[in-house]
Write a protein that binds this ligand. Sequence first.
Ligand code: JD8
Length: 303
Amino acid sequence: MLVDIITIFPDYFGTTSTADADFPAQRPVPSAPFRPHLRVRHGSGPLGVSLIGKAAARGDLEFRLHDLRRWATDVHHTVDDAPFGGGPGMVMKPDVWGAALDDVAGDEEPARLIVPTPSGAPFTQDLAAAYAAERRLVFACGRYEGIDSRVVADARSAMTVDEVSIGDYVLAGGEAAVCVILEAVCRLLPGVLGNEQSAADDSFGGGSEAMRGLLEGPVYTRPRSWRGHEVPPVLLSGDHQAIARWRRDEALRRTAAVRPDLVSRMIGDTAGGAAEGAGGLSARDRAVLAEAGFPVDGESMAH
Ligand code: JD8
């Protein structure tokens, strides 16, 4: 997968460099006089360490960072201006963003443009899986009060554009959201996770169906006894069916306690015909939820 990131803070993503020698596994940077892209030095920052860093070092992933100011046209490399209609703060200039996107997203193979914004559609596990299936992603990191809204409208004429939000809180810019989205997407790429199985058991779907729609239950490792706290005996039983059932029960209880909205969605999906293990609830699931005080009445399960 090829990932381009346009930002006024390239160093947000780790130590950057343009030196080909630093990146033997990747294509040499075309020596365009004005816009060489930057790359993340292996071992630094959220894109240079851990699973993502290893995948980039193997060449399974390529990150190209672009400093937006390279497309500014004045001596001060200005990328923002006062908002039409007045109001606080500054807005990012459409002409600078337009030129950058023409150059970055306009070349090579088609790209899916992702624009993080607090007014975007929720970023979800299903969207992470959709992005993981793309060959190329381009991220536009806004700052200030945001990017002039004509930029996205214009880009839609040339490519698929997603305006997404990572959550109902306000950040200072899009860079942190890009790190969150890339972490969720890259771990779904073939060969990135040690054993593919663990992505399959993901909460919130995205993997196999088993725990679709449920939060993760509790997890334990050695020692068996710690500060007077014991590991649940079923986990030491070797009875894998009982262990699977216990894990689902714990996931149901935790989801009912922390995210009742997710359980309501599963009840809806069940009423809509979803079977257990496919996002639906079994009779046993309903019993566990009822015992956990979640109002699972027969009526809502009429089907
Ligand atoms: C992009 C500029 C800051 C936002 C004035 C504060 C995502 N879940 C999320 N929360 N915030 C963002 C986000 C914030 C951004 C930009 C994403 C570009 N800002 C602006 C509007 C109010 N300032 C986000 N994804």
